[in-house]
Design a protein around this ligand. Structure first.
Ligand SMILES: NC(=O)c1ccc[n+]([C@@H]2O[C@H](COP(=O)([O-])OP(=O)(O)OC[C@H]3O[C@@H](n4cnc5c(N)ncnc54)[C@H](O)[C@@H]3O)[C@@H](O)[C@H]2O)c1
Length: 356
């Protein structure tokens, strides 16, 4: 029995290792290779650790439904379809997206190590989860990484000026190595990830204003309104034509270039993406880069703060702080999330969290 430490307000905290073993059992029970189950579980729990619960173990019931509906093939493995010294195209064949993305990440690292840079296109992966995880894997090996992730079959956003869903939340993740922890920008080109609305719905919470419109195009804070024909807003508020533009680029690079189908054009939940890796040593001496980075970061942090803000953070820092806190105190799961996991365990004959 693991430490459900701190039961408060319907929230139970679990340690990461317990949740990883639990998630691997569930993914394994769906008919997966043990190594794929381990990778998916590791990424789900990493998402919880960094504070993006929308991409954590909360997803397991949804993943099981998608397995039942044939969107993910647990018996598939990715293959390389085209290749040059610095490029490759990978077909995921509907395998678990986290496993396909790790495969592509290893390929990009090996090619960039030899050629100084690499671009790997991936089509037909199931949901890869947090795009930033793969960018950070490359940055931890000293490479600059950019990932443009297009989502087929998951359309929630209208094009600028439109009133119908045509685009997915299409995240961009960019990581840059430093002398310490990498800088990470990992963000949807919509206001937030759709999973955050779904998580709020499961937990029975209202949304902050400015996230969604209802089916009539009116602002709403009710998560149900999104699933009743509403839309998620593009990034940018009153200048959301810019978020719309970024999202179109993600579809062109992530889907069209790799042979996938963007947005709502395909029937299956897929992630198609372009992953680029760049060795900074091809441009500048590492020591000189890090010295200027340090001066630059200090300069950013030296800004006077606005009322109510205590300090300037660098991109990627909130995730690192969350990781430290949750490694120390456990990962909080809402009662609603635990209930949905219990139901899944009963269906798959997997021991529930309470028995671990
Ligand atoms: N696989 C998919 O199809 C898919 C689709 C959509 C989103 N996602 C994932 O969902 C996750 C959440 O995306 P999001 O856009 O909702 O996240 P978000 O709005 O929380 O933005 C996260 C980014 O903002 C930075 N940030 C946050 N607060 C900051 C601060 N105070 N100072 C400096 N930087 C700060 C973070 O470090 C991070 O880079 C991402 O990991 C994304 O990859 C995946």
């Amino acid at each position: 029995m693991s430490p459900p430490s701190g039961v408060a307000h319907g929230v139970v905290r679990y340690d990461a290792a317990t949740l990883r073993a639990f998630a691997a059992d569930v993914i394994g029970a769906l008919g997966s290779y043990p190594e794929h189950a381990e990778i998916v579980a590791r990424h789900l729990v990493l998402a919880n650790l960094v504070g993006h619960d929308s991409h954590g173990v909360f997803r397991l019931p949804q993943y099981a439904d998608f397995r039942d509906r044939g969107h993910v093939d647990p018996a598939a493995r990715p293959t390389v379809e085209r290749e040059t010294a610095a490029t490759a195209v990978v077909d995921g064949h509907d395998a678990w997206g986290h496993a396909v993305a790790e495969f592509a990440t290893e390929l990009a690292a090996a090619k960039a190590g030899r050629a100084g840079m690499a671009a790997v296109g991936v089509r037909n992966a199931f949901h890869v989860g947090r795009a930033g995880a793969y960018a950070v894997m490359l940055a931890e090996r000293g490479l600059i990484a950019q990932l443009f992730c297009s989502a087929e079959g998951s359309s929630f956003i209208a094009p600028w000026g439109g009133a119908e869903r045509r685009l997915a939340t299409n995240p961009i993740a960019i990581a840059v190595p430093t002398g310490g922890e990498p800088i990470l920008v990992d963000m949807t080109t919509s206001v937030v990830a759709e999973g955050k609305v779904k998580l709020a719905r499961t937990a029975g919470r209202e949304l902050p204003p400015g996230w969604i419109l209802d089916k009539d195009g009116e602002p709403s804070t009710d998560p149900e309104a999104l699933y009743a024909g509403g839309t998620l807003l593009p990034l940018g508020g009153s200048v959301a034509h810019k978020g719309y533009g970024l999202s179109v680029i993600v579809d062109l690079l992530g889907s069209v270039l790799t042979g996938g189908a963007p947005g709502a054009m395909g029937p299956v939940l897929h992630n198609h993406f372009l992953l680029q890796a760049l060795d900074p040593a091809a441009f500048i001496d590492r020591g000189a880069m890090q010295a200027m980075q340090e001066r630059y970061f200090a300069y950013l942090r030296s800004s006077r703060t606005r009322a109510g803000v205590t300090e300037i953070l660098l991109p990627g820092e909130p995730e690192r702080r969350s990781t430290a806190e949750r490694q120390a105190n456990g990962i909080p799961l809402d009662a609603g999330v635990i209930r949905s996991l219990d139901e899944l365990c009963a269906r798959l004959s997997v021991p529930p969290l309470a028995d671990r």
